[in-house]
Design a protein around this ligand. Structure first.
Ligand code: MG
Length: 298
């Protein structure tokens, strides 16, 4: 049945199965198919405000996906999902190609008028809902970049947290949270790319809730903000500036911690270290800084 489905469309169905496990559902239904399509091609849902949608989709976080993929569950499709998958190749034929995630979404929406109305009400574009124009799966992705910068003072009797891990050193950063410059600069770069303000707007240092908190919490929260707006993180490139200690040996652990918090792979994060040639406050070992460029796509 799936010979005419392209790689991405097949992955959508695989993700729908994991969504059914996450939902503890007996069958894979249309809502799980929507969750799977959204996971693989969030750009199709550009404009949808999921908080306004009465449709509650399975949260396919890296943790839930890992858990669901461990379950060796054979979950059948329900009647509507079967009809949608059978209709998808017909829709694809009209635009002369293999079944894409866009065709799959059009088929799902044509199988259930109520579901279509719910998603349209939440902001789904006409282009994604009409079977005649269901080429959406092949339209080019939109990509945006954001820049982030942060600097924290160094002081004794503080932990040095950088990139979500503790780096052994005789000084640490001063901050309201754990003072992790790299995590803060990544948050700002991601928020900037999505035009969602900055870290201070979302996690003000006047709020007691954030005192001493791990900055990985901010990253996880920012990841959720982006997911809600249907953005996917494509890449992060960073420069960490510190006179001492040597950071390069800690980069593998930092990339692992950051990738886990952001739900991406370590290949999507690049870290570089620089000293400040003894100049300025960073050069005198009084502060550490970080510069980040993040790219997101939809
Ligand atoms: Mg900061």
């Amino acid at each position: 049945m799936f010979e005419s489905f392209d790689e991405e469309a097949r992955r959508c169905i695989f993700m729908a199965r994991l969504a059914a496990v996450t939902d503890k559902a007996k069958n894979i239904g249309l809502s799980q198919l929507v969750a799977g399509i959204r996971k693989e091609n969030p750009g199709l849902f550009r404009g949808v405000d999921w908080q306004k949608s009465p449709l509650k989709l399975a949260r396919l976080t890296p943790e839930n996906l890992h858990h669901a993929s461990q379950a060796n569950a054979d979950i059948p499709l329900d009647a509507k999902a079967k009809r949608a998958l059978a209709a998808a190749p017909e829709i694809a034929k009209k635009s002369g190609g293999r079944v894409t995630s866009g065709h799959l979404l059009a088929a799902v929406l044509s199988a259930d008028a109520k579901l279509r109305k719910q998603l349209q009400k939440a902001g789904l574009s006409k282009e994604s809902t009409e079977t005649k124009t269901a080429r959406a799966g092949t339209r080019p992705a939109v990509s945006r970049s954001g820049i982030g910068y942060d600097l924290h003072r160094l002081a004794e009797k503080r932990k040095l947290m950088i990139g979500g891990i503790e780096v052994p050193f005789d000084k640490g950063t001063v901050g309201h949270s754990d003072g992790d410059v790299l995590c803060h600069a990544i948050c700002d770069a991601l928020l900037g790319a999505a035009s969602m303000g900055d870290i201070g707007t979302h996690f003000p240092d006047t709020d007691e809730k954030w005192r001493g908190v791990s900055s990985l919490v901010f990253l996880r929260q920012v990841r959720q903000y982006l997911e809600r707006k249907n953005w996917k993180i494509a890449h992060i490139d960073a420069v960490v500036v510190a006179e001492r200690p040597k950071l390069g040996p800690h980069f593998p652990n930092m990339r692992t911690a950051l990738a886990k918090a952001l739900g991406i792979s370590i290949e999507q994060i690049n870290l570089k270290a620089k000293t400040h040639e003894g100049l300025g406050e960073i050069g005198r070992g009084e502060a550490v800084g970080a510069h980040v460029i993040a790219t997101i796509e939809s």
